[in-house]
Design a protein around this ligand. Structure first.
Ligand SMILES: [Zn+2]
Length: 219
């Protein structure tokens, strides 16, 4: 199996499908968000540095994220992975390519193309768990027990910046940063675009099946 990079707006379904593929096909899920959270609990120089950056609300610099990612890729020693939520800008994209080429990783990039309106609806109704799982008040992705995570039992929270105004800003920035990444992977001939919009006639399961087809065609 080739490894996969998932690109897509927040709430485009990347996390859900990455979990399903990990469960069903044995991919290793790599999220830079989780890597950063993990390292920030460690009592090392890098761990403390990252903890402080996160606490101050700043973004962690590309170099630190890439070095964490490189360590993780070395740890998993060639097993196929899904990278979710990274790269986020063109600089990261180019540097990631160098790392993946050095490690001789074969991969494709799947872009979850989603309409802004659907994305807004999902984000403003979203409640999340500290473990990373998210639910939605406006859809059928509700927890079994109100306010409690199905997977780990922790309390669910609504993120302060999951409101409409913050969303509009974030989405515009997301598009601005992502377009050059899409162009880059298109030129590299690695990009597959998936229609990530769920509708009355198009379920999450339909999208999952399309991803499976993409994987089978390409592998
Ligand atoms: Zn949880």
């Amino acid at each position: 199996m080739k490894s996969i990079i998932f690109l897509g707006a927040p709430a485009s379904g990347k996390g859900t499908h990455s979990s399903l593929l990990a469960e069903n096909l044995g991919y290793i899920q790599i999220s830079t968000g989780n890597l950063l959270r993990e390292i920030s609990t460690q009592n090392t120089e890098l761990g403390q540095k990252i903890k402080n950056i996160i606490a101050s609300g700043e973004l962690v610099d590309d170099e630190s994220v890439l070095s964490l990612l490189k360590n993780k890729l070395n740890d998993i020693a060639g097993k196929p992975f899904i990278l979710d939520g990274f790269p986020r800008n063109l600089n990261q994209t180019k540097q990631l390519s160098v790392i993946l080429d050095d490690l001789k990783v074969e991969y494709i990039v799947i872009y979850f193309n989603i309409d802004e309106d659907l994305c807004r609806k999902r984000i403003t109704g979203r409640i999340t768990c500290p473990c990373g799982k998210s639910y939605n008040m406006t859809t059928k992705f509700l927890p079994k027990k109100e306010g409690i995570c199905d997977s780990c039992g922790q309390s669910l929270q609504k993120r302060e910046d999951d409101n409409e105004e913050a969303f509009n800003k974030r989405f515009a920035l997301y598009i601005k940063n992502t377009e050059p990444i899409i162009d880059y992977y298109q030129k590299e001939n690695k990009l597959v675009v998936i229609d990530a919009n769920t509708t009355e006639t198009r379920s999450c399961e339909d999208i999952y099946q399309e991803i499976i087809e993409v994987i089978n065609d390409k592998y």
